[in-house]
Ligand binder design. Structure first.
Ligand code: NAD
Length: 256
């Protein structure tokens, strides 16, 4: 029997990068998939075909998750597609580099609204659906090692992911009574389009790798494997946690 027999998952921001890898991994493990992004394009089309070729159902819903009402509506629309929803992966996220004293209100709002506010209201909408339909839902938030460790020149990003850490801790307590589990996955440095500048800069990349005990960038598939575990019944007793997928970066100690 497939790990996710008769299960349906919504993965936000899944046209590329970690979100796309999560969609493919969950589909491989037997899940039907609802993809999401700002706009449906050839990347979404290709993913739908790949998922259908695995014998699973897939569709794509457009939504700008920096807006609370769009996040709420996305859940309602997702439930309507296949009549059911079991797994919510809040993956969509943005980051912008700026020294703290130069962060604009516009950039602060974009980062906080996408990485925290949209996630907050998509979870609220999903929880309302689960309670009403008596679904034992599972939520996975794509956090970051920066829910825990500092990242100078990314203050708004760290603030958003730090907020996500406490949101998950808090909701694990509040939602357990409905049999809803919630966990964070915290990637380190993963080779995706969000890190294109780093990947193009050999010198900077070398410095980053020095701080990673496993001495390589993560792959989107490394992250997706942990998401699949947390979404499955293998993690039935796991809630309110953060799983680091960082090659050892977060708690690395450089011996002198
Ligand atoms: P990415 O930029 O490749 O993908 C992010 C996706 O989110 C894109 O498809 C983008 O269109 C979508 N998105 C952004 N804003 C959106 C919005 N308002 N509405 C709908 N979709 C939106 O980045 P990625 O590396 O795949 O990152 C995925 C998640 O993982 C993010 O939350 C990011 O913070 C987190 N993360 C990534 C890394 C890394 O090293 N790549 C490390 C730590 C955390």
């Amino acid at each position: 029997m497939d790990r996710f027999e008769n299960k349906i998952a919504l993965i936000t921001g899944s046209s590329q990068g970690i979100g796309a890898a999560c969609a493919l991994r969950l589909a491989k493990d037997g899940c039907d998939i609802i993809l999401n992004g700002h706009k449906f394009d050839e990347r979404g089309e290709k993913l739908i075909k790949e998922i259908q070729d695995m014998g699973r159902k897939a569709t794509f819903l457009e939504a700008d998750l920096s807006k609370a009402n769009a996040a709420t509506k996305l859940i309602t629309d997702a439930v309507a597609v296949f009549g059911h929803l079991d797994i919510l992966v809040n993956n969509a996220g943005v980051e912008k580099k700026a020294s703290f004293w130069e962060v604009t209100e516009e950039d602060y709002d974009l980062i906080m609204n996408t990485n925290l506010k949209g996630v907050f209201f998509s979870i609220q909408s999903f929880v309302n659906y689960c309670r009403k339909s008596k679904v034992a839902g599972t939520i996975i938030n794509m956090s970051s090692v920066h829910e825990e460790i500092a990242f100078p020149h990314f203050a708004a990003y760290c603030t958003s992911k730090g907020g996500l850490k406490m949101l998950t801790r808090n909701l694990a307590s509040e939602l357990a009574q409905f049999n809803i589990r919630i966990n964070n996955v915290a990637p380190g440095a993963v080779s995706t389009p969000i890190n294109q500048n780093l990947l193009n800069n050999k010198e900077q990349l070398e410095k980053v790798l020095q701080n990673i005990p496993l001495k390589r960038m993560g792959k989107a598939e490394d992250v997706a494997a942990v998401v699949a575990f947390l979404a499955s019944d293998d993690a039935a007793y796991v809630t309110g946690s953060t799983y680091y997928v960082d090659g050892g970066l977060t708690y690395h100690y450089e011996e002198q």
